[in-house]
Unconditional design. Structure first.
Length: 386
């Protein structure tokens, strides 16, 4: 089988559009032949050597593949164990505030009125909402840090996709990510996180929205007896809209993660550290004037500075006590976790939550220190890595 290679281009000319369709048709024909050939070769073999029939659940397991469409999607895209990341998208869900107006599966088409299969999900995004390249760079494998994007213009006729983007990345070698009804598309090879398109209202559409789909390609297409289109998961949609990989939910308590982040920033986790300019003490660099009142509040007894510095366990107990207070305060100020963490870090650094985005350089005595904005962003980065 010969696959027609689609070179990355930077624009979508009429000639390119025509060649794009011809290439995709040729590739689909190639996959169909490969699928049939593979099936004719492997099915009798499996039936002969195993009591499990190939189309049973047991056979899927024997090949190391899950059985259902939604499970296959999770298997391909499960780079994080976060349940939200791997959750199949359904109608009525909200992703980053955008409502899913139509889910995956059979539906009554909103224009034709005919029942047919919907091979993706529709997200009610305003026209011009940016889309970003999904993918990741793994260690020294820099080749994974890009995607090839093919743009297509199918603006008229029944089931017209409008301006469409088809994205392939080595980071997800078994799937093609599909975006339809776009306002614009910038084809070619793009780095991970780069903007490549904007959502729109082109083609067969009743209003501004994004149609997003996942098509299984590669060897799995030959093994797939069901639809080649898979149920999108929440994380991969978020990734496309945010331009960054959704973070795995940590099993560590938030206070512990925040304490670790602050200690890394303040003292490099050194419980014996003493600041040469402010005389701030220990793991979290607590100011000397706060030692008595904070230890009285959090430990039930006042400690001297030397007693406090001598006990890492007591330092951690006091830090966790005060950070819990800060988090309770910031939870009332914002519903966004990132903002809550940054404001709590601002309270620790400056005493005030509202200064978390202040860009003024900080000084103490003869020492120069980062702005509050830089400090809180760095703490947030440390927090998210746990």
């Amino acid at each position: 089988m010969t696959l027609v290679v689609q070179p990355p281009l930077t624009s979508c000319t009429k000639e390119y559009q025509h060649q794009f369709h011809e290439n995709r048709k040729a590739n689909y024909r190639g996959w169909a032949i490969a699928s049939l050939t593979y099936s004719l070769a492997i099915v009798p073999l499996l039936v002969f050597v195993s009591p499990l029939n190939f189309v049973t659940k047991g056979a899927w397991r024997s090949l190391g593949l899950p059985n259902t469409d939604s499970q296959k999607t999770v298997a391909v895209l499960n780079y994080k164990a976060d349940a939200d990341f791997t959750k199949p998208v359904k109608e009525g869900d909200k992703i980053l505030g955008y409502e899913v107006t139509s889910g995956f599966g059979d539906r009554i088409h909103p224009i034709s009125g005919v029942k047919k299969h919907h091979n993706g999900i529709d997200l009610a995004t305003p026209e011009g909402t940016p889309l970003y390249v999904v993918g990741r760079t793994e260690g020294n494998k820099a080749f994974t840090g890009y995607a090839d994007i093919w743009c297509d213009h199918n603006l008229t006729g029944s089931n017209a996709e409008g301006i469409a983007a088809y994205v392939k990345t080595p980071a997800f070698p078994d799937v093609e990510l599909v975006y339809w009804h776009l306002k614009s598309c910038d084809g070619g090879r793009r780095g991970v996180g780069a903007k490549f398109a904007e959502t729109g209202n082109t083609g067969d559409s009743t209003g501004a929205h994004l149609h997003f789909g996942i098509r299984v390609v590669g060897d799995w297409a030959a093994l797939n007896f069901k639809s080649e289109w898979q149920v999108p998961t929440t994380g991969i949609v978020r990734w496309s809209l945010e331009g960054k990989e959704p973070q795995k939910v940590s099993t560590k308590p938030i206070v512990e993660r925040l304490r670790n982040a602050i200690a890394g920033q303040e003292s490099n986790h050194d419980s014996s550290a003493v600041n040469p300019h402010s005389n701030a003490l220990g793991y979290g660099q607590v100011m000397p004037e706060n030692i008595k009142s904070w230890t009285k509040q959090c430990l039930g007894k006042e400690l001297t500075e030397s007693e406090f510095l001598a006990s890492k366990a007591k330092q951690i107990e006091v830090i966790d006590c005060k950070l819990s207070e800060a988090l309770e305060e910031t939870a009332k100020l914002s519903s966004d976790e990132d903002t809550q963490i940054r404001k709590a870090a601002s309270i620790w650094y400056s005493g005030r939550a509202d200064l978390y985005d202040n860009t003024n350089p900080q000084t103490y005595g003869a020492g120069d220190y980062p702005s509050i904005q830089h400090y809180t962003k760095t703490v947030l980065e440390r927090f998210k890595k746990q």
